[in-house]
Design a protein around this ligand. Structure first.
Ligand SMILES: NC(=O)c1ccc[n+]([C@@H]2O[C@H](COP(=O)([O-])OP(=O)(O)OC[C@H]3O[C@@H](n4cnc5c(N)ncnc54)[C@H](OP(=O)(O)O)[C@@H]3O)[C@@H](O)[C@H]2O)c1
Length: 254
């Protein structure tokens, strides 16, 4: 058995046009999967999907969806069903937004907008993917949580609470779907070089201070998330569900 051969498998990456989502879409396509890259912008989705398709025999296509909209996520489910013959094997939720603010400066609207994308969106996405996994006979749902699901800093009320909830959604669905041949796991990244960490990357003092929490003393490159994704998406992880793979340079070991 070749554990990382995804020939014939179908996959979707919500938040797949940029950052970690894009890296995972590239990794899956490079190992044989046909991948749908989803963004809120069809131009961004198309730009990424075109590059991945060009490098991987056309096995990538774009779609537009907003995790915060039930209608939009349900439409994504319908389109995936049409395009993938009613079945889907691998769904990755890499959609996420972050704000940094002390609680006295967070409006209810701001707090709710983070929860809407990071946790309500994950709920909607999971629900829409279930019938497609069931039709396929096996499924792999992977949620990109964060080190902030289990660690926190001042000013991260909105983000950390949403990621903690996402980890518990992952564990609960893992139990609920355990008899369906569908695994549900999380990847908790430490700091990575993406647009989300741009405020730290652009400020050397803040970057160095953040790195003091990380034994490896650096941010990871996006490609460093791919092996965890391939493992959780593959038959090699057939008995792994409800797990959280920490790709964090050792942060949680401290
Ligand atoms: N970078 C890090 O250090 C780090 C650490 C821990 C966890 N994470 C998590 O990793 C995931 C990916 O982040 P990233 O670092 O790769 O940053 P990123 O490049 O900013 O990616 C975030 C992605 O979320 C998508 N997104 C945001 N709101 C959305 C919505 N309402 N509907 C659909 N998609 C939405 C964006 O897609 P469009 O803008 O194209 O629509 C974008 O592709 C996030 O969940 C983040 O919380 C990142």
């Amino acid at each position: 058995m070749q554990p990382f051969d995804f020939s014939g498998a179908t996959a979707v990456v919500l938040g797949g046009a940029t950052g970690l989502g894009r890296a995972m879409a590239e990794g899956l396509a490079a190992h044989g999967a046909t991948v749908c890259v989803v963004s809120r912008s069809i131009d961004k989705a198309k730009a990424t999907a075109d590059v991945i398709a060009e490098e991987n025999g056309g096995r990538c296509w774009p779609w537009i969806a907003d995790a915060a909209s039930e209608a939009s996520i349900n439409r994504l489910g319908d389109v995936l069903s049409e395009r993938c013959g009613g079945r889907l094997n691998i769904a990755i939720n890499s959609a996420g937004i972050n704000t940094r603010n002390p609680i006295e400066k967070i409006t209810l609207e701001e707090f709710e907008s983070i929860q809407r994308t990071n946790i309500t969106g994950a709920f909607l996405f999971s629900k829409a993917m279930l019938p497609l996994f069931e039709a396929a006979g096996w499924g792999r749902l992977i949620n990109i949580t964060s080190i902030f699901a289990s660690r926190s800093f001042p000013g991260r009320t909105s983000y950390a609470s949403s990621k903690g909830a996402l980890l518990q959604l992952t564990r609960t669905l893992a139990i609920e779907w355990a008899g369906k041949n569908i695994t549900v796991n999380a990847i908790s990244p430490g700091p990575f070089v993406t647009e989300m960490t741009r405020p730290l990357l652009d400020n050397k003092e803040a970057y160095d201070k953040f790195c003091e929490h990380v034994p490896m003393r650096r941010f990871a490159e996006p490609h460093e998330v791919i092996p965890a994704c391939l493992f959780l998406a593959s038959p090699a992880s057939s008995y792994v569900t409800g797990a959280d793979i920490l790709v964090d340079g050792g942060w949680t070991a401290t």
